[in-house]
Write a protein that binds this ligand. Structure first.
Ligand SMILES: N[C@@H](CCC(=O)NCCCC(=O)O)C(=O)O
Length: 251
């Protein structure tokens, strides 16, 4: 039986039925399975052991940093908390910031989505807007009221920057994406490449400029029905191919 690439998916700490839990919503996991990958939920603790984390990543063929309704702690990028910033997950922060350099050292394919995109930027020394809607000249990037189908529907275009990873995956210069975020990239982290921008200039996709493997982080949600959106489909195809190559190289 042909094994499938093992892809770690970072969890979020949430209370479930009154118990502290480690949680990933199904759409991330189902999207990975849809593209021939085997998702493994990775629990997160603030007091993680870096050497154990390295040993864990050695057994994986890729890593996904998912979205979350919580935010990266502003202190991690030297900011005061804005009044609009009401939710945090320090365990998730600690794991994401520890795992990213370890994954890059191992040339592991890395995919960041929404909060995961923001974690990329902070991990590389960048900063975040905490309430993009209050930034002069910026759009309101928060999800509309309504059912999930409406909230995850495409709402604005992105300009895909030529010559990067995203342009390599998807030939068209523009696409429509969904938008479910209040935070966004302010100062770009050092060593990151801008892969796409929104009509208001907000950075919407980044990659690690000198990465030895597939690295891509996007502010939108490509895990939402990827087969129905050619850009989302291209992202998962590219990530899955990279994870397959990683698995083959380790064989
Ligand atoms: N909290 C951050 C990031 C937004 C985000 O990741 N939303 C995800 C919604 C739930 C999901 O689809 O996983 C911000 O507000 O910018």
């Amino acid at each position: 039986m042909q094994s499938r690439p093992l892809v770690g998916v970072i969890a979020c700490r949430r209370m479930v039925e009154g118990h502290p839990s480690h949680m990933v919503t199904d759409k991330y996991l189902s999207a990975l399975r849809e593209y021939g990958l085997e998702p493994v939920i990775l629990p997160v603790w603030e007091d993680l052991d870096a050497s154990a984390a390295g040993a864990l990543l050695d057994r994986l063929d890729g890593l996904v940093l998912t979205g979350s309704y919580t935010n990266v702690l502003p202190a991690r990028y030297g900011a005061e908390r804005a009044p609009e910033n009401t939710r945090e997950d320090v365990d998730r922060d600690a794991a994401a910031m520890a795992w990213m350099p370890l994954a890059l050292e191992r040339a592991m394919p890395l995919l960041g989505i929404c909060r995961g995109f923001q974690e990329f930027n902070v991990a590389f020394g960048g900063t975040l807007y905490q309430a993009v809607q209050n930034v002069p000249g910026k759009l309101d990037h928060r999800e509309p009221e309504g059912e999930k189908e409406q909230q995850y529907a495409p709402v604005h275009s992105i300009d895909i920057h030529p010559g990067g990873r995203l342009a390599e995956l998807f030939a068209a210069p523009q696409a429509e994406v969904n938008s479910l975020h209040q935070q966004g990239v302010d100062q770009l982290g050092k060593g990151l490449r801008v892969e796409a921008t929104a009509p208001d200039g907000l950075v919407e996709a980044i990659s690690v400029a000198d990465a030895r493997s597939f690295t891509l982080a996007v502010q939108w949600h490509p895990e939402w029905k990827p087969r129905e959106h050619p850009l989302y489909d291209a992202i998962f195809r590219g990530f899955a191919a990279a994870c397959g190559e990683k698995m083959a190289a380790a064989a």
